[in-house]
Ligand binder design. Structure first.
Ligand SMILES: C[S@@+](CC[C@H](N)C(=O)[O-])C[C@H]1O[C@@H](n2cnc3c(N)ncnc32)[C@H](O)[C@@H]1O
Length: 254
C-alpha cells in the first residue's frame, strides 16, 4: 500500500494493485488510514512501552486504556481477571477504577512474577485490591485457584494479555469464558499482531497466528458470545472505530 499525503492540497491518496483512492486529508477515512499506519510505526518504536499508571509501567496504548476504562465503568464487575501481569500497571489501573467505583477486586495471573514486580505491586497503595497467582494461565491448578476467588453470582470481566499465540489464546478463551457473567466481556488483547506482521519488529506468521484469529474462531463455536467493539459512551464525532491494538478482541456474553 502506498500512502501519499499532500498537506498543501489537503489530500491523502491510497494506492496498491487493487485500488487508487483519494480522500480529503481532513476526513474520517484519512484519519483512519493515518491511524492504522501510526499504530504500526508506533508499535515498532515501542510507543506502548512508554506509559505508567499510578507509578507502575503499563504496556498499553492510551487509547486502549481509555476504552477498557469505559467498559469497566459500564459493567462495574465484581471481579476483574487479567492474564499477563508484567510490571503490574494494568492491574493497578483496574484496582484504581475499583477503588473509584467502590466496587470490585482484581486477580492477575502470570507465568513468572518477577520479585521486584511482586514487591512493587505488594507495596502499592492499591495492593489490597489485587491478588496475584503465579503459573501458566491455562494450567489446571491455576484455573482452580482463580475459580476459588470468584463467588457464585458475581459479575466477572476477563482480559487476556499473556502469551499471544493463537493456540494459547484459544485455550485461555475456553478456560476463562465460562467465568464471564452475562453482559460482561472477555477481551483477547493485542490482535494488532495481525497487521504488525510486516513491520521490522514483527513476524510474518503473526498474520494468522494472533489473538484476533483465536477470538473469531471462538465466537463461531460459542453462540453465547458475540464479537463486538464495546459501544462508546460519548461520541460527538463521525468516528466509530477504536484506534487500537485490540482489534476483534471484545467478546460479550449474551
Ligand atoms: C504483554 S505482558 C502483560 C502486560 C500487562 N498486562 C500490562 O498491560 O502492562 C505479557 C505477560 O504475559 C506473561 N505470560 C507469558 N506466557 C504466559 C502464560 N502461559 N501464562 C501466564 N502468563 C504468561 C509474561 O510473563 C508477561 O509478563
Amino acid at each position: 500500500m502506498k500512502l501519499e499525503i499532500d498537506t498543501s492540497a489537503g489530500t491523502l491518496r491510497m494506492s496498491d494493485a487493487t485500488q487508487d483512492i483519494q480522500y480529503s486529508l481532513y476526513s474520517r477515512e484519512a484519519f483512519e488510514a493515518i491511524s492504522r499506519l501510526w499504530l504500526k510505526v508506533g508499535w515498532n518504536e515501542k510507543y506502548p512501552y512508554t506509559f505508567s499508571w499510578l507509578g507502575r509501567p503499563i504496556i498499553q496504548l492510551p487509547e486502549d486504556i481509555l476504552r477498557v476504562q469505559e467498559v469497566i465503568y459500564r459493567v462495574k464487575p465484581d471481579v476483574i481477571i487479567e492474564t499477563g501481569v508484567a510490571h503490574g500497571g494494568s492491574l493497578i489501573l483496574y484496582a484504581s477504577l475499583c477503588k473509584a467505583m467502590a466496587r470490585g477486586r482484581v486477580i492477575g495471573i502470570d507465568i513468572e512474577i518477577r520479585k521486584h514486580n511482586r514487591q512493587a505491586i505488594g507495596a502499592h497503595e492499591l495492593s489490597s485490591y489485587i491478588t496475584l497467582i503465579e503459573g501458566s494461565s491455562v494450567a489446571p491448578e491455576v484455573m482452580a485457584q482463580v475459580s476459588q476467588f470468584v463467588n457464585r453470582g458475581e459479575s466477572v470481566l476477563v482480559i487476556l494479555d499473556s502469551n499471544h499465540t493463537k493456540s494459547h489464546v484459544a485455550a485461555e478463551l475456553e478456560a476463562y469464558a465460562p467465568l464471564v457473567s452475562p453482559g460482561s466481556y472477555i477481551a483477547a488483547t493485542d490482535g494488532s499482531m495481525e497487521f504488525l506482521d510486516d513491520v521490522p519488529r514483527g513476524k510474518p506468521d503473526w498474520k494468522t497466528d494472533n489473538p484476533s484469529a483465536a477470538a473469531r474462531e471462538f465466537v463461531a463455536r460459542h453462540p453465547e458470545f458475540v464479537l463486538e467493539q464495546p459501544p462508546w459512551p460519548f461520541n460527538e464525532s463521525e468516528l466509530q472505530n477504536n484506534i487500537t491494538h485490540w482489534p476483534d478482541a471484545w467478546l460479550r456474553r449474551l
